[in-house]
Structure formats: C-alpha cells, structure tokens
Design a binder for this molecule. Sequence first.
Ligand code: 5GP
Ligand code: ZN
Length: 114
Amino acid sequence: MQDCIFCKIVNKEIPVKAIYEDEQIIAFSDINPVAPVHILVITKKHIANLLDTSPDDAALLGHMMMKIPEIAEIAGVSRDGFRVVFNTKDNGGQTVYHLHGHILGGRFMKWPPG
Ligand code: 5GP
Ligand code: ZN
C-alpha cells in the first residue's frame, strides 16, 4: 500500500537488517526500542491490524505466531522470556497501521503495562 512505511520495508524501498525473513513475514529491530531487545515481526501482506483480518488470513496469522518463538530464539530472549504485543488502534497505541507484533525482552516487563 502506498505511503505505508512497513510496505516500503517489505518492498525494500526502506532497508532494514532482517533477523528473520521468509515469504510471509519479516522481523527486524524497532527503530525506537523500548527494551534491550525490541523486534518487530510484520506480515508481507498489508493488513491494517488484527481487526482487519479475515478467515483467509488464518494460515498467515498462524505462521506468524508459530515463528515468534524461533525469532525470539534468534534474538536471544527465549531463555529468560519475552512479551509479544499487538497494539491495535488508538487505545492500543498503534502508530503504524500495518500488522505487526512487538517482541520485547532483555529486561523484566511490568504488568499492567502503562
Ligand atoms: P506501533 O506503535 O504501531 O505498535 O508500532 C510501530 C513501531 O514501528 C514503533 O515502535 C516504531 O518505533 C517503529 N517504526 C516506525 N518506523 C520505523 C522504521 O522505519 N524502521 C523501524 N525499524 N521501525 C520503525
Ligand atoms: Zn503496509
């Protein structure tokens, strides 16, 4: 989608150092990390957020979730644990409307979040 920053990353118009990539997803470090390890896992398909998914996306969403432990292992946070966040719309704090999960680790994550 035009003017979508994550579509530009998918299309390699904006270069990122991917820590994992396959035909459906890319994972790379957040430009503004809020934890020692802060990885974004984005779909290659433009989907605004979880509210914008359809049953046709079930395999893609399953793939994304199944790959998160592998990406966490590559990022070095699987031993001590990590948090996965899908910010959704305004109250969720979503700023980029292209589906992505945040993998946060490298420190203890407080609960409830701010
Ligand atoms: P959201 O706020 O939508 O949950 O998450 C969007 C995230 O994308 C933010 O944490 C922000 O720092 C990150 N981000 C925005 N633009 C870029 C970019 O060009 N490169 C990278 N690596 N991260 C980005
Ligand atoms: Zn997009």
